[in-house]
Unconditional design. Structure first.
Length: 340
């Protein structure tokens, strides 16, 4: 609840903290994330959408190229209103099967010069799947060999780190630019950070100003994010372990199945053998009866008799036992089938 968050922030913030300057929360946050990611610099931006577009605009201007490659279900295409094209005149070259992770073989078919290759870790719309480390490093090398930048859509990098079990700096060190979210896994109020070398960050700051993203009173957003770094980042491995336990219980029950079967991160999808409309109605009933919200929204499927939803394990989800969740999902499917 907002009241609880604000009280925790107040307790966490030193009483003599200035609102801005080198000791203000924004500057402290930028240094903290640059240190975690092992980059020379980092820049606060008010949204991930702006951070992604700024990063690609900078890479395009540095290389004199307008195209970038990414998976067909990249966040830039699905969730950002085509801002890269409308605002910046950049062109997405979608690569690979939209329902499978990106592969080096698919990238090999790209012939046009690129400003950047965008890789999302983990890939949210594919159930939080991660490429293997060898595959990831090969894809980054492919981009570099062709004069393209490697950009990490790391909105959930905090979660992805649990799948690789490598330092954040080692993962981020593969890339020319890294965007991280402050409000997903860290449960901040809003905001993002773009990290990279000094020149990239200075160039990005020019575009931040042009797009209206230099907010003079951003300290509350940074203060909440600093709280998340201290309280939630250390718990990511536990969140991942709980996701694995939840998925195991769901798959063992058999009423639904998860993708991936064994989540490498605290994120996975639950696929249901029921139509979306029937599931929505059944979920509304269960929520009213139990007070447990299983999902925020449903994803449709090519088969109209199936759908799925996303599970992102954080503080709230760990309060639910795996068997309890499996029983709720079974009841959801049973009620949905009765309404089909």
């Amino acid at each position: 609840m907002p009241h609880d968050v604000l009280r925790r922030v107040l307790d966490h913030l030193p009483a003599d903290t200035p609102p801005d300057g080198p000791d203000g929360p924004v500057a402290v946050l930028e240094r903290r994330i640059a240190g975690l990611l092992g980059t020379p610099s980092a820049l606060f931006l008010p949204s991930g959408t702006m951070a992604q577009q700024v990063a690609l605009r900078v890479h395009a201007e540095r290389r004199g190229r307008r195209a970038f490659a990414a998976h067909p279900q990249t966040h830039l295409a699905v969730w950002e209103g085509q801002g890269h094209a409308v605002v910046h005149g950049l062109r997405l070259h979608p690569v690979g099967d939209r329902n499978a992770p990106l592969t080096l073989e698919a990238l090999a078919e790209v012939a046009e010069p690129l400003a950047a290759l965008v890789l999302e870790l983990p890939q949210r719309d594919l159930g939080g799947r991660l490429p293997g480390w060898a595959e990831l490093t090969a894809q980054v090398a492919w981009a570099r060999d062709r004069g393209a930048a490697a950009h990490l859509d790391g909105a959930r990098l905090w979660e992805a780190q649990t799948g690789y079990d490598r330092p954040l700096s080692e993962i981020a060190g593969l890339f020319d630019s890294v965007y991280v979210s402050l409000y997903k896994g860290l449960q901040g109020a809003r905001g993002a950070v773009l990290a990279g070398d000094d020149e990239l960050v200075a160039h990005a700051d020019v575009w931040r100003r042009r797009l209206g993203g230099r907010i003079p009173d951003a300290w509350p957003l940074a203060a909440v994010a600093l709280l998340g770094l201290d309280e939630l980042l250390p718990r990511m491995p536990a969140f991942r372990d709980h996701a694995v336990a939840l998925a195991a219980a769901l798959n063992a029950d058999g009423a639904a199945r998860t993708v991936p079967e064994v989540p490498p991160t605290p994120l996975f999808h639950v696929h249901l053998p029921a139509a979306p409309g029937a599931v929505e109605r059944a979920h509304a009933e269960l929520l009213a009866e139990t007070g447990v919200q299983l999902f925020g929204y449903l994803r449709s499927a090519p088969d109209p008799g199936r759908c799925s939803f996303e599970v992102s394990v954080g503080e709230n989800a760990v309060e639910l036992a795996p068997d309890e969740v499996a029983a709720l999902v079974r009841e959801l499917v049973t009620r949905a089938a009765a309404r089909a």
